[in-house]
Design a protein around this ligand. Sequence first.
Ligand code: NI
Length: 168
Amino acid sequence: MALRDILVVPDPILKRVSEPVDGVDDDLRALMDDMLETMYAAPGIGLAAVQVGVPKRVIVMDLAKPDEEAQPRYYVNPEITWASEELAPYEEGCLSVPEIYEEVDRPAKVKLRYLDYHGKAVEEEAEGLFAVCIQHEMDHLQGVLFIDHLSRLKREQAVKKVKKQKAA
Ligand code: NI
């Protein structure tokens, strides 16, 4: 396993639409292992492959609380098959937009399907933090960041702040 560099705004790669993968093989599992290690080191609770510069439809996540055992989750070619009309607000952050936290409204519940670490097809329902995180990460696969859900002014301020951090 190896740590990868996490891209931050305004890196243009983050705007790319990620490609579906053909299937889950050892190479893809090696990428997912690296992503998970990189996410834990950051630390973060979710990471899309495009954030380490690989525009493939792959996400890793771990929503365990600090005092719980690790619960790594892997999502390959995820698709949302249903989303509730009811929305829920959550203050989101992103490893590609460091130190910026803003409230975003998203469907409170979603159903999704994806391939897991072993290539098995899974269908699942998500709510709460899981629903927030999977929708946030799936946005990355479309080249969308959580700040794209904010007003243009707030978005521009966020990018400016990140640029300043980088320069410091
Ligand atoms: Ni993110």
